[in-house]
Write a protein that binds this ligand. Structure first.
Ligand SMILES: [Zn+2]
Length: 426
């Protein structure tokens, strides 16, 4: 399908590439949450030049906010010439650590055979750039549109979004009287509409022991062996039980349609020494062992049940292991979120995908949570989806990339959605 708007978007191909590269080159690593002000100032300058009114908002006092690593966000708004609804594109500006295994510079933004490489290329600076190009092309093509377009760049999504969308939602920026439609350009792929996400429950479990000489372990109590028993309970009972449960949510990839749990870390016994230490260890029975668990759950599983299942196994070990002692500390929890398929933003983007790509969209839900949770629960705004270019499986991987053609197609879909929502009819 070719329209004046899709032509305007296609003409901005080089601009889209340069914008994506610029965003990747600002290393907004989280943790610690660096360069948030730099990326907000970059976006501020660009969007102001395109007629947006902007606000830079620091999420004072949120987790990680400090003089060294302030949590900056930007909201830009461009009013139409007539009254109407507001369409908001929300992208997070933070990226996760680069990790090992890169053959491209993770902050170089190199273009190679139609793909732009770098940390955050798909998750989600490519999506942010796509929404900006779509909005700018729309504004240039239609001088008289109704309502308003907003673009936000928000902090800390990768660590829960508390210094980003949650903070802005608390300040009223996602009030349904102010914003009617939200599209989050996370990398779910250009022909898919993401309706929501699974829930998450994070906890730390510590087993306790008693320190003693390593040559006489029977005089102490080994916390690592207790943790071994915990892990064995998980392996033989919890993992099979979780694998047997599936959801009606259209979660992708397929493996995430069941309940899952990751053991994020394990620490027990003596502290690890620095790399430059070349001495020998001393010999002690460990008196503490800690793991953190990352339990993802389905809309069919109440949070209480998720919690009770783990504590039930731990309590059961008291009966079989003398001196078994543990503590469980909850770190965070997020409930699942699902937008109705009949919601206006879903219907509009579905039609746009059909028109631009010539096929019906696939409806999906995300295995991990994203900022929709805050827009849903704090903002009370239910008309929200994730839709954006990029391959979800590339997120957080080495040699992360985004395809330029995919970004162009996705920008055309976003533009077509703006046409439906913001052009006065008749
Ligand atoms: Zn993301």
């Amino acid at each position: 399908m070719t329209t004046p708007l899709t032509q305007a978007i296609a003409a901005k191909r080089e601009e889209l590439i340069a914008l994506t590269q610029d965003l990747i080159r600002i290393p907004t690593l989280n943790p610690p949450g660096q360069d948030y002000l730099a990326i907000c100032e970059y976006l501020d300058k660009r969007l102001k030049a395109h007629g947006f009114e902007t606000q830079l908002i620091r999420a004072h006092g949120t987790p990680g906010d400090s003089a060294k690593y302030p949590r900056w966000n930007i909201i830009a708004r461009r009013e139409g010439t007539q009254k109407g609804e507001c369409v908001h594109f929300n992208s997070h500006t933070d990226v996760v650590e680069e990790g090992q295994g890169w053959t491209f510079d993770p902050f170089g933004g190199q273009l190679h055979e139609g793909k732009i490489y770098g940390r955050g290329a798909c998750d989600m600076k490519g999506g942010l750039a796509t929404s900006i190009i779509a909005a700018e092309a729309f504004i240039e093509t239609y001088k008289d549109f109704a309502g308003a377009i907003e673009i936000s760049g928000t902090a800390d999504e990768e660590s829960g979004g508390y210094g980003g969308v949650a903070y802005l939602a608390e300040k009223g920026f996602f009030n349904p009287e102010r914003v009617q439609h939200v599209i989050i350009p996370e990398p779910l792929h250009k022909d898919r509409i993401c309706l929501g996400h699974r829930g998450g429950w994070w906890a730390e479990i510590e087993t306790k022991g008693e320190i003693a000489h390593g040559s006489m372990p029977f005089l102490g109590d080994c916390a690592v062996r207790h943790m071994g028993a915990v892990l064995s309970e998980f392996e033989t009972k919890l993992f099979p039980a979780m694998a047997s449960r599936t959801t009606d949510m259209p979660v992708v990839p397929e493996g995430a349609r069941s309940s899952t749990m990751n053991i994020n870390s394990i620490h027990g016994g003596a502290k690890e020494q620095d790399d430059d230490f070349d001495g020998l260890p001393s010999h002690c029975v460990p008196d503490s062992c800690r793991i953190t668990i990352d339990r993802r759950f389905l809309s069919e599983e109440p949070l209480d049940q998720v919690r009770d299942e783990v504590t039930g196994l731990l309590e059961g070990l008291r009966g079989t292991r003398p001196d078994f002692e543990y503590t469980l500390t909850e770190l965070n929890s997020v409930l699942p979120s699902m937008t109705d398929r009949q919601a206006p933003v879903v219907q509009t983007v579905a039609k746009a995908i059909q028109d631009v790509m010539g096929k019906a969209p696939e409806y999906v839900a995300s295995p991990g949570t994203y900022d929709q949770k805050h827009i849903d629960r704090i903002g009370k705004l239910k008309n929200c989806i994730a839709y954006g270019p990029g391959v979800l499986e590339m997120a957080h991987k080495p040699n992360e990339w985004i395809g330029v053609d995919d970004m162009i197609d996705s920008a055309c879909v976003m533009g077509a959605a703006l046409e439906t929502l913001l052009l006065p009819r008749g």
